[in-house]
Write a protein that binds this ligand. Structure first.
Ligand code: A3P
Length: 287
């Protein structure tokens, strides 16, 4: 797409779905409710996987809702023009979504009892997922090449800026009782266990049979076939279906199929430099 990103408090946004006025109002005026749950992520970390899981939890494992209402209406993005319209129809307790960095998240959250689930993923896999996603999603600039886009990613020269800053910002919340971290890789390794922990965090009691059903309906295979969840119903103003699909591979470690050794080493060097002051270690470091 041919457009220029604009900056809101140092963060890059695209003009189609975002505006300075809206971002200012989301930061300063949006009313967070005490029973809200926010899925907060850097793009491509597993956001929609969490939306599916939380949609199923909200409906006590009944798949009717996820099979009949498109995913972006179940948990709209709070910072987009479309999302702000869609939020009006969301029933309580609301599950809402955001990619906003910590420093421009709605101020009212910080005096509320609302909860955040922060989803993280190996940034090399995020990059690969984003590289393919940016080609099909209209509010991203088209990547010139893998090599160039990798540099843009490492320097934060893309929509929502850098993964490093996103993570470092949100890690300030890591010891708060209303902040829960789950990784894409944990979801892969033990989906049932993650669903159980998420239920505990949001105060929902579901029996084993219901947890099993949620795991089944939020699996990659089922979501990929669910037209309400796989973005096949996205309009052509939003997604170019001829260039790829949203439910791409759904695996952990796909970066190994795309990075050269030199690119991986370069990534690791930048990672170490940018993350050196953060006293948190993630399982993907050194792998
Ligand atoms: P890939 O592009 O690596 O396949 P987000 O929702 O944050 O945009 O993240 C999208 C990524 O999550 C995509 O990764 C997508 O395939 C993957 N994904 C979505 N639902 C998933 C599921 N149920 N299980 C595993 N991966 C899933």
């Amino acid at each position: 797409m041919a457009f220029d990103y604009f900056l809101y408090k140092g963060v890059k946004f695209s003009p189609g779905s975002y505006s300075e006025e809206l971002l200012n109002s989301v930061e300063n005026e949006f009313q967070v409710l005490d029973d809200d749950v926010y899925i907060v992520t850097y793009p491509k970390s597993g956001t929609n996987w969490l939306i599916e899981i939380l949609s199923l939890i909200k409906k006590d494992a009944d798949p009717n809702w996820v099979n009949s209402v498109v995913i972006w209406l179940r948990s709209p993005w709070i910072e987009t023009k479309e999302g702000q319209q869609q939020i009006k129809d969301v029933s309580r307790p609301r599950v809402l979504t955001s990619h906003l960095p910590f420093h421009i998240f709605p101020k009212s959250f910080f005096t509320s009892k609302a909860k955040i689930i922060y989803v993280m993923r190996n940034p090399k896999d995020i990059f690969v997922s984003l590289f393919f996603f940016a080609k099909i999603i209209c509010h991203y600039k088209d990547p010139e090449s893998f090599e160039q886009y990798l540099e843009d990613f490492l320097q934060g020269n893309i929509l929502y800026n850098s993964w490093f800053d996103h993570v470092k910002g949100w890690m300030q919340m890591k010891d708060n009782s209303n902040f829960f971290i789950v990784t894409y890789e944990e979801l892969h390794q033990d989906l049932r266990g993650c669903i159980t922990r998420i239920c505990k965090f949001i105060g929902k009691e579901l029996d084993d049979a219901k947890i099993d059903l949620i795991a089944k309906h939020s699996s990659f295979e089922v979501m990929k076939e669910n037209k309400m969840s796989n973005y096949s119903l996205g309009t052509k103003e939003f997604i170019d279906h001829t260039k790829g699909s949203f439910m791409r591979k759904g695996m952990a470690g796909d970066w190994k199929n795309h990075f050269t050794v030199a690119q991986s080493e370069h990534f690791d060097r930048v990672y170490q430099e940018k993350m050196k002051d953060l006293n948190v270690k993630f399982f993907w470091e050194g792998k």
